[in-house]
Design a protein around this ligand. Structure first.
Ligand SMILES: C[S@@+](CC[C@H](N)C(=O)[O-])C[C@H]1O[C@@H](n2cnc3c(N)ncnc32)[C@H](O)[C@@H]1O
Length: 294
């Protein structure tokens, strides 16, 4: 059964994206550490693809801003920034973050699949990182993007990449092959000790397997992307992404991000340079850029 928008909202509201990257008590230090880890870890490519400095005095809308790690960079670099998100928690944290860093921005709690509270042709640029494929009707969101972008306005979107090592080798092959290993009760703990993978995630996978038995392909993809409790996630290859954005002009795509942490001790042996090079060919982040026709 495909998850609905309430399932999506409930999940992200209780798991704000990357909120576990820091456990610092001081809120400003907490956000600083998250920003540092995002841009110096496996998502080192975000500043390159987002081009934060190119939108000074421009109206920028972020769809699915989460707690606005990237939003803060757009705003600090002079963009007139508006962040929207499905969950009240993300909006509350994003507002707190902007206040702590004394940066101006507007935040609205809204479902981007519905008519957005902006007139047609309101924004110069739309940014959305890891969001559209987490929603039941990505095509509705893209329709809204088209409506609220100004003619000639641009967008930068990240969707998960079907044509990737993560999808074909990890999710559709290795994880399927090894899931039965989790049947004995002791296995999540044992496997976690051997591989370093999170024990709670292995426990959840075991529970789902025992309670639900056979999953649909959509369900399998969803629980193997942003954690076992993630209700909905889709993946896109070049053709599928091009189809989604077919109304736009100059649509270009490129690929980034290989997460070596998924590869336990083998991953630790991969040099950063090699990891990044693999990401550019078979990575998990499919970036899509385009323009609304003038
Ligand atoms: C994977 S997180 C990404 C957050 C942020 N863009 C980042 O990169 O850290 C997905 C976010 O999309 C939001 N989201 C999912 N569906 C949405 C929708 N239909 N409308 C608005 N936001 C949505 C979720 O609430 C969540 O904050």
């Amino acid at each position: 059964m495909i998850a609905n928008i309430t399932d999506v909202k409930t999940f992200w509201d209780s798991n704000p994206c990357q909120s576990n990257l820091s456990d610092k008590k001081d809120r400003k230090e907490y956000y600083k550490e998250i920003t540092y880890k995002r841009y110096h870890g496996r998502e080192w490519h975000v500043p390159i693809v987002a081009k934060f400095k190119e939108f000074k005095y421009r109206d920028v809308l972020e769809i699915g801003c989460g707690f606005a790690t990237d939003g803060l960079e757009f705003a600090k670099n002079g963009a007139r920034y508006v962040g929207i998100d499905l969950t009240p928690k993300a909006i509350e944290l994003a507002k707190e973050r902007f206040e702590l860093f004394n940066v101006k921005g507007t935040f609205i709690n809204v479902n981007a699949e519905e008519t957005l509270p902006f007139p047609d042709n309101s924004f110069d640029h739309i940014y959305s990182f890891g969001v559209i494929m987490a929603s039941p009707h990505p095509e509705y969101i893209v329709e809204q993007m088209y409506r609220v972008l100004r003619p000639g306005g641009t967008f930068t979107v990240m969707l998960y990449n079907r044509s990737s090592i993560n999808y074909y080798i990890e999710i559709m092959f290795l994880r399927k092959l090894f899931r039965r290993i989790l049947y004995p009760k002791c296995m999540p703990r044992l496997l976690s000790k051997v591989t370093g993978f999170d024990e709670w995630k292995l426990n959840e996978h075991r529970r789902i397997m025992r309670e639900k038995g056979k999953l649909t392909k959509e369900e399998w993809i969803s629980i193997n992307t942003d954690g076992p409790l993630c209700p909905l996630m889709k993946v896109y290859n070049r053709r599928e992404a091009a189809e989604l954005f077919k109304k736009f002009n100059d649509v270009k795509q490129d690929i980034w991000e290989f997460n070596s942490e998924h590869w336990s001790f083998i991953g630790k042996m991969i040099p950063t340079k090699v990891e990044r090079a693999i990401g550019r060919i078979w990575g998990w982040h499919r970036m899509i850029y385009g323009k609304k026709p003038t």
